[in-house]
Design a protein around this ligand. Sequence first.
Ligand code: GLC
Length: 489
Amino acid sequence: MSKSIIPPRSRSRASLKEEKIIQSAEAHLERTLIKVRGHLAGAVAAIEYPSKGMSLNYGEVFLRDNVPVMIHLLLKGRHALVRHFLVLCMDLQSSALQTRGLFPTSFIEKEGELVADYGQRSIGRISSVDASLWWPILCWIYVSHVQDWQFGCDQRVQRAVQRLLDLVMQPSVAGTPVLFVPDCSFMIDRPMDVWGAPLEIEVLLYGCLKCCVHLMELAQHHNAAPSRLLSQRIPLTRQWIHDLRSYLLKHYWVTSKTIQVLRRRPTEQYGDVQHLNEFNIQPTFIPDWLQDWLDNRGGYLIGNVRTGRPDYRFFTLGNSLACIFGLLTAPQQRALFRLVLHNNNHLMAQMPMRICHPPMEGQEWAMKTGSDPKNWPWSYHNGGHWPSLLWYLVMAVALHDKDHPNADVLLTGQLKTLLERCYQIHLSQLPRQQWAEYFDGPTGTWVGQQARTYQTWTIVGFLLTRELLRNGCRLNFSFALSQETSGRA
Ligand code: GLC
């Protein structure tokens, strides 16, 4: 990745200051790590939050918030800690009748007992589906980076994978390869009209199933005699992955061209006619803002697909993960990067990056969020800016760059300049704003109205952004499946 763009004269003073900030970020991060069963096990969500009189759960170990933490720790060689985290999560996988296979949103040790939240203690009592999908992904990254094949083949790991597959690869009334979930079931855990098949969940499902196949193939390879269960499950999971990817690319991927085709398609089609407009989308429902947003050569995956009412909002995390997991082809990834460059005044503005665009306002906000006071327009999940999201995009660019260094040199140069500028914003703003959780307003200048300070994934996201920009992706793993026709290609 690119070198610093700071002018040489001021570089030594600037880099001294930068070094200090990095050291203090690392020290803050160390303070977030807590012990469970006598060993360091993961990070709490934030160091500072008002706890008096409120049972806020920022003092717990959230699975999703620990994704960047574990990646950072792997890069630091702290393998035992990551393994302990994976084992604890596995021990907490639900075996209850109605949630069998589900991993918890968060956990904590209280008076020697492990206490987990599967949704029963959260506002709105919603289970996080993303936590379960992240576990095999992290497990595969750990196993392949550390080359701990023994852990990958461990009976406990293999059983956890099977239980999870039982939960997510179910026949459904819709007969589609997507996973249906309620509103609030992932990072966006307050009402935001993201029920059904929201992008982030479907992309995570794609990454999760790929990692499950890797783990199953690993065990099959090391088995003295091939297991019958695995011989059946591996091809079925591969087929599901294939169908899911085709479905997402067909229905979620949009460019200026696909929108123009969609606008002129027939509507109200019954019966066996060749379906040109399967979801019966009326041309008037396609929002005007897409024209400038997509420009000529941009593309992205929309937020959700449902009959008559697709969700055209742009969700940053789902799109970045679609690059990282190789769901988007390399040319599609470049179209996405062009879209980010074109819309950088919205997506980056004064605090990279906005979580979703555009926000819901007025009557729409009232109806679709139930007048949620935290998700008001331009705040929190509803158009707020989350510094913790930047590293995912930087990772996507780093992986693309590694595989296709000469694909579009001009685009790569522009991207590197943009990402370096974003990093410099974080460097100057985050320590000053006490590593706030999120930022508000159309430019993301204001510290989030209810933002926690010393938020763990803000701190570790900053460290990962810097690491990826300076050294590229030094993790030793691949999501690509053997005999895969596209993926990261
Ligand atoms: C908030 C966020 C959620 C995060 C949690 C802990 O609930 O919406 O995504 O995991 O805080 O940081």
